[in-house]
Design a protein around this ligand. Structure first.
Ligand code: DCP
Length: 130
């Protein structure tokens, strides 16, 4: 079976991580995630990340190195995180309920979607290194 990839961006600016609050599905509504989405046919993962962040947050970005484990999802999907540079624009929630910026100290108390909790150590490290 063809494994499909879901990409997610860890964008850190001035010591804070950008998170977006999901509207759907019902079981994830209100939880915070690294923004991203599914890689479409003919796209590289980093192309997909650039497109998703443009569509969802109205920002231009450049994906960097991968961080953390690859998380298996249902339906043959796998979820990957990339450290991502904000190149231009100010993020706004075009598809999410809200966006927010969170420090390393704040992150453990954020209601993250369960999959993204897997990346907490790497996210805290990236924040502390910034
Ligand atoms: N997901 C996750 N953590 C993230 C991003 C996504 O756990 N940081 C999960 C939620 C979904 C799956 O990955 O189960 C696909 O994510 P999206 O629904 O956000 O992807 P798309 O926006 O591409 O989906 P669609 O266009 O189908 O709504």
């Amino acid at each position: 079976m063809n494994v499909r990839v879901v990409v997610a961006a860890a964008i850190v600016v001035d010591g804070r991580l950008l998170l977006a609050q999901r509207r759907r599905p019902a079981e994830l509504e209100g939880l915070w995630e690294l923004p991203g989405g599914k890689v479409e046919a003919g796209e590289t993962p980093t192309d997909a990340l650039r497109r998703e962040l443009r569509e969802e947050l109205d920002i231009e970005t450049e994906a960097g190195e991968r961080i953390g484990v690859e998380v298996p999802l249902a339906d043959g999907l796998v979820l990957r995180a990339y450290l991502t540079e904000l190149v231009s624009g100010t993020p706004r929630a075009l598809d999410h309920a809200a966006i927010g910026w969170f420090s390393a100290a704040e992150l453990p108390a954020v209601d993250l979607v369960p999959n993204d909790r897997m990346w907490l150590p790497e996210l805290e490290r990236a924040l502390r290194a910034s």
